[in-house]
Design a protein around this ligand. Structure first.
Ligand code: MCN
Length: 791
């Protein structure tokens, strides 16, 4: 019997290696004669670099070299602009990208100024302390709105201001729609910065072998192939001389897609110069400055609705903080702008953003990549409008959902790939109903949730969202049946924990009639596969998954053709199962696929013209546009009104990522995403002084949620297959993180509705401290508004 693995809860192929410590991570790479690098980083957020003196450091025993920008010569180049926007009306963009080492001006704390290379990391770190750096401080620009004020100190002297970009996107005519509204509700909404906090920090090992003329780089990157291409170009090598390996990676979450970090540029260059391998592993403190971050946005948003809750239009004007540089173009704010419209039919939309340079670390996509900001704005506006209209919050959503007949739905706003996000398929109301049922929310109930005797107050939240996933351009895969009957599947994308070793194997196993554990998946090694882009934007399942499928379909066709010749039966009469190709109804007439592979690689005779040796095929898949995933999250939480401590008691996710390859992996992805989102909503915040100094650059002070803060998560699936790819899949990797801030805000307001009437949560992240202040403010406002309260 042929097993169908697609859709099955198959245990992960990769877990044994991970759980037994056999998986190779970059820091596991040990090479004879390996040197170690440590960076000298700016302690000042904004200033002119006057002098770097490395003589004392160089004199220390064990120090091999110290390099500054001056040593790099022509190799010193700003990094590439990764997603250059096409010329579009209403869009201006002044890109400025990061530099390998500061040459003239430092633009954020932690920017790399020099690199010390020594026989050990200890020696390198000690010597880095002895490099003398003189910086003439300039006034730092930290606040995103102040950054854009007239007369603000300029971060890039060659620009007229700190304005990196300005974009307006519209649909319909918002102002006209507003004139017809029964309610216009405007609010200022904030979403502050955070880090991505992967368990494994970044790291690079570079090894130039002079005699072979070959460079090998182990890199914690999400995009090994573009790194290989870029390094070859920068170093004047052929792409075949450079091999980039992204081995097992302890979480990427977006920032590891960045190209190029200074270390990625410098370590290969150093190895070539010194003729020895060299390693750098980022430490946790450095991670707060040298890895990119996300999130700072300020929105002035407005919704115009009819008395029956129908949305007439939304207006949103926001400022986005890109930090010191803008290598990722407009991906994050455009995602915000585009995703805001959610699963709703919004006929009129005006959205405008300005992107500001600030003296803070650079912003690039982090799990969700700006989508959570858009969802926060929309869901907050809907909650507050429902409150004004005295309508249930689930009802206002229901009344505005797009219906299944509306697909494909072009919502006319450009997405991160600069194509309009045309929703491919979806069914939003059943997802809401399911979430309501699972969380036990009764919209008709008029009573307040009871306190449980501890004085804590219970609140419920329910929010919806959509997510464009699986964007192009393409990925590829090669499938080969080996003489042992095992199958080798190679793809170009890297993997950071998403379960690709299993889900991709499932796709191939189904086509070839072998077991999932017999499919060996190779990812993230440029020697094994030349073409590809990387793992980002929840695109693995859609783009690489469909490439794996296409390659497996081609190998299946080869198996059937060859077996039909040998067994002298029609291809239609053959079936593949249990590693064999057999005549249907006559299992004795069969061949092992491994034996067939041997026969396809003859030692004598000739391969027929037009055919190829072996049972192997390579295929590519490039989607026409994004596949639109969606979902509803619901939670029950309790708030202690005296201490403002919050405990999440239940968390429900109803998610639609099209056809599901592996429900266990999908649920794991959702759980991880929700944990990320909970951190974003209530624990994690980068506290920055006005002079650009981070006050909580340690995991003692920057709070990540722990196992005790994350509840068990109940999931249910709706499957609306995507018509845009043969497998019908949509992505899921970021979904869990996207709506959590909005959900949290709603549930907190619900819990405190009587205790702090009028409380509105208009900012994320919250903390117990901040929530306490907001509760006090709301209570004193309410007391003032009470009869006799205001004098
Ligand atoms: N999958 C599935 N069925 C679907 C959709 C997905 O079984 N319908 C499976 C996929 O085959 C894959 C996993 O779910 O094994 C995630 O797929 P997908 O949503 O396509 O996401 P990617 O593979 O492109 O991974 C990237 C995505 C992003 S953008 C971030 S950020 C993120 C995330 O994945 N970073 C992660 N999940 C992460 N999980 C871990 N453990 N570590 C990270 O760094």
């Amino acid at each position: 019997m042929s097993t169908r693995y697609f859709g099955a809860r198959v245990p992960r192929n990769e877990d044994e290696a991970l759980l037994t410590g056999r998986a190779l991570f970059v820091d596991d790479v040990q090479l004879p004669g390996m040197l170690h690098a440590a960076f000298v980083r700016s302690e000042c957020a904004h200033g002119v670099l006057r002098r770097v003196d490395a003589s004392r450091a160089l004199a220390r025993p064990g120090v091999v070299a110290v390099y500054t920008a001056a040593d790099l010569g022509d190799y010193w180049q700003p990094g590439p602009l990764l997603v250059p926007p096409p010329p579009i009306d209403g869009l201006t963009f002044q890109a400025r990208t990061q530099v390998p080492l500061v040459r003239d001006k430092v633009r954020h704390v932690g920017e790399a100024i020099a690199v010390v290379v020594a026989e050990s990391r200890y020696l390198a770190e000690d010597a880095a302390e002895e490099v003398e750096v003189e910086i003439e401080p300039l006034e730092a620009v930290v606040d995103i709105e102040a950054a854009l004020e007239e007369g603000a100190p300029r971060i890039h002297d060659d620009l007229d201001s700190n304005l990196a970009a300005h974009a307006v996107q519209t649909k319909g005519a918002y102002e006209a729609a507003r004139a017809d509204a029964d309610l216009v509700l405007a609010r200022r909404l904030l979403y502050d910065r955070g880090i991505s906090a992967a368990i494994e920090n970044r790291g690079v090992v570079a090894h130039w072998e002079e005699k072979a003329g070959h460079l090998t780089v182990w890199d914690t990157t999400q995009a090994p192939i573009p790194i290989r291409n870029g390094l070859a170009a920068m170093l004047g090598l052929s792409e075949s001389q450079v091999r980039v390996i992204a081995p097992f990676i302890g979480g990427g979450f977006g920032p590891k897609i960045m190209m190029f970090y200074p270390d990625e540029v410098l370590l290969p260059w150093i190895s070539m110069r010194l003729g020895r391998p060299v390693k750098w592993i980022e430490d946790r403190f450095e991670n707060f400055f040298s890895t990119t971050q996300e999130r700072g946005q300020v929105h002035d948003a407005e919704i115009a609705v009819r008395a029956d809750g129908r949305i007439l239009g939304v207006k949103d004007v926001f400022v986005h903080d890109t930090g010191a540089y803008s290598p990722y173009g407009l991906t994050v704010p455009i995602n915000t702008q585009c995703t805001l419209l959610g699963p709703y039919d919004v006929p009129n939309y005006y959205s405008e953003f300005r992107v500001a340079y600030t003296n803070r670390p650079t912003v690039t996509p982090v799990r969700g990549a700006g989508r959570q900001h858009g969802v926060f704005v929309m869901e907050r506006l809907l909650d507050l409008a429902a409150r004004e209209l005295e309508m249930d919050r689930t009802e206002i959503r229901r009344r505005n959902f797009l219906s299944p007949d509306d697909f494909p739905h072009d919502h006319e706003i450009l997405y991160q790939d600069f194509a309009p996000l045309v929703y491919d398929s979806g069914d939003y109301e059943p997802a809401l109903d399911r979430a309501i049922e699972m969380i036990g929310y009764d919209p008709a109930a008029t009573h307040r949730p009871e306190a449980d005797g501890s004085g804590r107050l219970t609140g419920v939240g329910i929010v919806s969202y959509i997510e464009g996933t699986g964007i192009g351009p393409y990925e590829g895969a090669r499938v080969r049946v080996e003489p042992s009957g095992k199958v080798c599947l190679v793809t170009g994308i890297g993997t950071q924990g998403q379960g690709h070793f299993t889900s991709f194997a499932q796709i191939v196993a189904d086509q070839l009639g072998v077991s999932v554990s017999d499919v060996r998946v190779v990812t993230g090694d440029t020697r094994e596969f030349h073409w590809g882009t990387g793992t980002f934007a929840s695109r693995g399942a859609v783009v690489a998954g469909n490439a794996c499928h296409a390659a497996a379909v081609a190998v299946r066709a080869k198996i059937l053709r060859k077996a039909s010749e040998i067994l002298e039966v029609a291809e239609e009469d053959l079936e593949l199962a249990d590693g064999r190709v057999a005549v249907r109804g006559a299992p004795d007439l069969s061949l092992a696929v491994g034996d067939l592979a041997v026969r396809c690689n003859p030692l004598r005779g000739a391969v027929e013209p037009g055919s190829e040796p072996g049972l192997e095929a390579t295929a590519y898949f490039g989607p026409e546009r994004a596949a639109t995933a969606s979902g509803v999250h619901a939670m029950v939480l309790q708030v202690d009104p005296e201490t403002a401590m919050v405990e999440i008691q239940r968390y429900v996710v109803v998610h639609d990522c099209g056809a599901i390859i592996n429900p266990a992996i999908v649920e794991g992805q959702i759980h991880g995403g929700v944990a990320h989102g909970i951190g974003n909503a209530f624990y994690e915040q980068l506290v920055c002084d006005p002079d650009g100094q981070l006050r909580n650059a340690s995991l003692m002070d920057y709070l990540l949620p722990t196992a005790t803060d994350v509840p068990s998560i109940e999931t249910a699936h709706i499957e609306t297959p995507s018509p845009l790819n043969p497998l019908g899949t949509k992505g899921v990797g970021e979904a869990g993180a996207i709506p959590v801030g909005a959900l949290f805000a709603q549930a907190i307001e619900d819990a405190l509705r009587d205790h702090a009437p009028g409380l509105e949560i208009r900012e994320i992240p919250l903390s117990p401290n901040r929530l306490f202040e907001l509760i006090q403010e709301a209570r004193s406002e309410a007391a003032m508004d009470a009869p006799g309260g205001r004098m």
